[in-house]
Write a protein that binds this ligand. Structure first.
Ligand code: TQI
Ligand code: ZN
Ligand code: ZN
Length: 169
């Protein structure tokens, strides 16, 4: 079953359109950006919020970046595997990914020859759930279930994820 963060924080009622931006220091490819666009769409399909990319990083609601090790927010990354990413509850908007993971951006992660490969879209969909206000779910097939193995792809919202996000928005 789905959960919310303590105090049930959410993006404000009057704010239907959220903007997101990528940290300019990363110089991400269009391919990486399109993975996030797809991940946002999975949530946008089931609620009335919309997500629009903006190039104006400082004013974006959601700020996405890849960082390695200690990156200044008190929650350092740890190299290959372990912590893969973190996102904060509404309305903080920060979504950070561990730049040292072996991210699979396109192609089939389940067929990767590298055992530590992690599917970027799977992690992005999960972290966006946190950004929107979902905590972890006890349902094993849910996007918001708290563990995922490397070389695993899990990108389709489960009915439990949908019920949770629709209760919030
Ligand atoms: N990062 C944790 C996560 O996103 C960070 C975290 C722990 C957290 N507890 C939290 C974030 C409570 C918000 C609220 O869950 S992670 C998965 C999963 C991670 C884990 O790197 O361990 C995914 C990142 F759930 F699949 F295991 C992405 Cl998909
Ligand atoms: Zn961080
Ligand atoms: Zn999580």
């Amino acid at each position: 079953h789905y959960t919310f963060f303590e105090g049930r924080p959410r993006w404000p009622e009057g704010k239907q359109e959220l903007t997101y931006a990528f940290w300019p220091g990363n110089q991400l490819t269009d391919q990486v950006k399109s993975v996030f666009a797809t991940a946002f769409d999975r949530w946008a399909e089931v609620i009335t919020l919309t997500f629009t990319e903006t190039t104006s990083y400082n004013t974006a609601d959601i700020k996405i970046g890849f960082f390695a090790g200690d990156h200044g927010d008190g929650d350092p990354f740890d190299g290959v595997l372990g912590t893969l990413a973190h996102a904060f509850s509404p309305t903080n908007g920060r979504l950070h990914l561990d730049g040292e993971e072996n991210w699979v951006v396109s192609g089939d992660v389940t067929q990767s020859s590298l055992s530590s490969s992690v599917d970027l879209e799977s992690v992005a969909v999960h972290e966006i759930g946190h950004l929107l206000g979902l905590g972890h779910s006890s349902e094993q097939d849910a996007i918001m279930y708290p563990t995922i193995s490397s070389r695993t792809r899990r990108v389709e919202l489960n009915v439990d994820d949908i019920n949770g996000i629709q209760e919030l928005y």
